[in-house]
Every structure is written in structure tokens, then in C-alpha cells.
Design a protein around this ligand. Structure first.
Ligand code: FAD
Length: 403
């Protein structure tokens, strides 16, 4: 009998974890496992805010896919996926066309700009390693050119961060630590620098415990970060952003840097794949399959799952993506041997939001944490993600150990 082809798209938390789990479960002759990813490296998306602010080197955030896959069992293809057609079972890539017996789509997230004019063009987004490098260099460039200008334009030193959700707050935490370093390096008086967080919703970090949110806002404000809450961005221009402050009241914030961190959607390739979706996310069956396509699994941020207790979708997180991957791998192995698939049941251990290298807030197994204990917990979580994919050697190579 012909060996089935398992085609996995994306080497992020979801896709790479699926492959690592498949290579544990399956023997070398059980299936042809093909992993397609844009780059020959995996990046820790959950660390991108650090690389973007410049508090962690982009090199530290990524590692080679080849270092964690078993090449006897998995063929890695460095290529960009251009199209997915689940009706004809064809996947178009820059390295040619592929077909499959089982498909796993783990192509991750894209920034959502909600149609706000100018954001696509003038705002930067913490999307991947290249984007993070761009943000870091853009900020440094603003500082460097300000210091050489004859007639100084202080708005170069204003940074607007759109979104007071998880990634926005984590990025602000890093900026809070990075700005004093940049000021010293480029001889910029710190009082000239403005960092403004603009949020449309009436609160910071929705879903987090209010006491922890109060702590986070206090810590960030102490580092000079300003918050403009309940004031949606209505337009971005090359000079800055226009925000709505009241019924007919608007303010223009002139800024040299705009970073948009206010929402994500699934990968746009889903929209033309033939699978029903909402903002490129697929409301998956309980066993992680795409509705109507029993040979297609969706993992990570492209999957949408409803938390029935809370009656809203689970947030797109690395924690969930990696747990889903375990179920997806088991379910593919089950289908290959005509067994029943199992349901995916998330096991949420809590959330920790970093506020810079040595500070954080967390709600872990019902326990509220702030400051150093929360920050240590964040590093434990980061190192655990490395361990789950690459074991101890990867933790030793890329782990976070400073307290
Ligand atoms: P990704 O990890 O994004 O991987 C997608 C992969 O697909 C990438 O390797 C990409 O290169 C590849 N790819 C994309 N398009 C193509 C294409 N066309 N062709 C080929 N390859 C392609 N979650 C947490 O649980 N905890 C946190 O603390 C946390 N912090 C975060 C902080 C920030 C700044 C950000 C941005 C996110 C954070 N998240 C956090 C969310 C988490 O990063 C995502 O939920 C997670 O990365 C989703 O995993 P994924 O496998 O779906 O996608």
C-alpha cells in the first residue's frame, strides 16, 4: 500500500510541534511527512516584542528547523505557500505544487487593521523576525537622525503603540527599558521622548484581573508611558495618527514611529482555500479538522475554537497552538490506522504578561503574581516552549536564564 503523504504548512508553534509529535509517533516507513515553511528557521513569535524593541537580538529569537526535525522521517522544504485548494487537494508553493493525503495548516497570524485608513501603509507590525528587525532599526534611526538634525523635530522621538492588549503591553514593557538605553547612546534627553499607547476599548488588557492590570499600568506609567484609552485610531498618515476623543473631538499625535499591535487574524491564504472561515480563521471540529474536509487539520492561530463556558473564542496563543499540535498528530496517526479521532481539550495553565525583562503580571493556576515571581514564571514558560520542541539542547542554546 502507498505510504500516505502528510503535508504540514508552517513551522510555527502549531506546525513545528505537529511535526515533532508526528516524528515521535510514526516510524520511518509509515508516512511521507513534508514540512513547508517560508524560512529555514522557526521563530518564537512570543518573543518578537523583545526583538522589535531591541532588548533581545533577532538571532536569539530563532533557530534552524533542521535542528529539531528527524530528517529520516521528515522532508523539510523551504518555500512560500502561495495557494491552498482543498477541493483539488493542491498546494501551490514557490518550490512547486504539492498534494497530500493529510494536510495540516499552521500558517499563523497576520495583523488586523480593521480597515482603518493608512495603517497598512504607515504602521509597523510585530509580525515576524524581519518585521521585528525593521521596527528596531526604524526606532534607532529616529533617535540617530534626531541627534544630527540642525532644526530638531521632536516628533521623531514620539512612538505610538496601537493596542493595549497582550502584545501591545508586552512591547511597551520592553520600550520602557529600551528608551533610557537609546537616550544614552544617541545623546537624547529622555524628556523629549514620548511613548503613547492608544486603545479603542475602554480598558487595558481585557480579560486580565483588574488588580493586575492596575499594577501593569502603574509600572508602565512610572517608566513614562502615556495611555490614551477609549480613543480609537481613525487614520494613520506619514506624520502620525488621528485619534477620536469624543463625538466630534479628534486629536492628531505627530509621531516618528507607529506600531500597530491591536488585533490579529488568520493567514489570508485560508480565505481562498475553499474552507469556510471568519477573518481567515476556521471554526474547527472538536478533533481539529476543517468542517467538510476530513483530511484537513487546522492548528494554531488559523483555528477558531469556542470556549463554551465563556461563550467566546479561545484567544490565539502559543500555549493552545502547541497543545492542539499534540492532538492533531495523534489524530492523523489514528486516521491512518482506521481508529477514532480524539477531541481537543485545552488545558489552560494561566497567562503571564511581561512588562520588561524583570517585571510581569500573571494569573497562573488561580494564583496572582506580579514583579520578580511573575517574571521568573514567564521565563519558565518561554523555556518550556523550547523544551517541548527541541528538548534540553534547545533550552541550553536559546533559553532565558537571567533573573
Ligand atoms: P506562528 O507561530 O506565527 O507560525 C506560523 C509559521 O508559518 C511561521 O513560521 C511563518 O513563517 C510561516 N508562514 C506564514 N506564511 C507562510 C507562507 N505563505 N508560506 C510558508 N510559510 C509561512 N502566545 C502565548 O501563548 N503567550 C505569550 O506570551 C504570547 N506573546 C505574544 C507576543 C507577541 C508580540 C505576539 C505577536 C504574539 C504572542 N503570542 C503569545 C501569540 C502567539 O505567538 C501565537 O498565538 C502563536 O505564534 C501562533 O502559532 P502558529 O503556529 O499558529 O503561528
Amino acid at each position: 500500500m502507498k505510504r500516505p503523504t502528510i503535508l504540514v504548512l508552517g513551522a510555527g508553534y502549531g506546525g513545528l510541534s505537529t511535526v515533532v509529535n508526528l516524528q515521535k509517533i510514526l516510524g520511518s516507513n509509515d508516512a511521507d511527512i513534508i514540512l513547508v515553511n517560508k524560512n529555514d528557521y522557526h521563530y518564537e513569535s512570543t518573543w518578537l516584542h523583545e526583538a522589535s524593541a531591541g532588548t533581545l537580538s533577532p538571532e536569539q529569537v530563532r533557530y534552524d528547523v533542521s535542528s529539531v526535525i528527524n530528517t529520516d522521517k521528515v522532508t523539510f522544504v523551504k518555500a512560500t505557500v502561495d495557494s491552498i485548494d482543498v477541493n483539488t487537494k493542491k498546494v501551490g508553493t514557490s518550490a512547486g505544487e504539492y498534494t497530500y493525503d493529510y494536510l495540516v495548516i499552521g500558517l499563523g497570524f497576520e495583523g488586523e487593521t480593521f480597515g482603518i485608513p493608512g495603517l497598512d501603509k504607515y504602521a509597523l507590525s510585530i509580525a515576524n523576525v524581519k518585521a521585528a528587525r525593521h521596527i528596531r532599526e526604524h526606532i534607532e534611526y529616529q533617535f540617530a537622525t534626531w541627534s544630527t538634525e540642525e532644526e530638531k523635530d521632536d516628533s521623531r522621538l514620539t512612538l505610538v503603540v496601537g493596542g493595549a492588549g497582550f502584545s501591545g503591553i508586552e512591547f511597551l514593557g520592553e520600550l520602557g527599558n529600551r528608551i533610557p538605553v537609546l537616550c544614552k547612546e544617541y545623546d537624547v534627553p529622555q524628556e523629549k521622548v514620548r511613548v503613547v499607547c492608544v486603545e479603542a476599548a475602554p480598558m487595558v488588557l481585557p480579560g486580565f484581573d483588574p488588580e493586575l492590570v492596575k499594577y501593569a499600568v502603574g509600572q508602565l506609567e512610572a517608566k513614562g508611558i502615556e495611555f490614551s484609552i477609549g480613543t480609537p485610531v481613525v487614520e494613520a498618515t506619514p506624520e502620525g495618527v488621528k485619534i477620536k476623543k469624543g463625538e466630534e473631538e479628534f486629536e492628531f499625535i505627530k509621531a516618528g514611529t507607529i506600531v500597530w499591535a491591536a488585533g490579529v487574524r488568520g493567514n489570508r491564504l485560508i480565505e481562498s482555500s475553499g474552507i469556510e472561515n471568519m477573518r481567515a480563521r476556521v471554526k474547527v471540529e472538536k478533533d481539529m479538522r476543517a468542517p467538510g474536509f476530513p483530511d484537513v487539520f487546522i492548528v494554531g492561530d488559523c483555528a477558531l475554537m469556542i470556549n463554551e463556558e465563556a461563550n467566546r473564542p479561545y484567544p490565539p496563543t502559543a500555549q493552545i497552538a502547541m497543545q492542539q499540535a499534540v492532538t492533531v498528530a495523534k489524530n492523523i496517526a489514528a486516521l491512518m490506522t482506521d481508529k477514532e479521532t480524539e477531541e481537543f481539550v485545552p488545558s489552560l495553565k494561566g497567562t503571564v504578561c511581561s512588562l520588561g525583562e524583570h517585571d510581569a503580571i500573571g494569573d497562573v493556576m488561580g494564583k496572582k503574581l506580579t514583579g520578580t515571581p511573575a517574571s521568573i514564571m514567564k521565563k519558565v514558560i518561554d523555556n518550556r516552549a523550547l523544551y517541548m520542541i527541541g528538548g534540553i539542547p534547545l533550552v541550553v542554546k536559546k533559553g532565558k536564564f537571567s533573573l
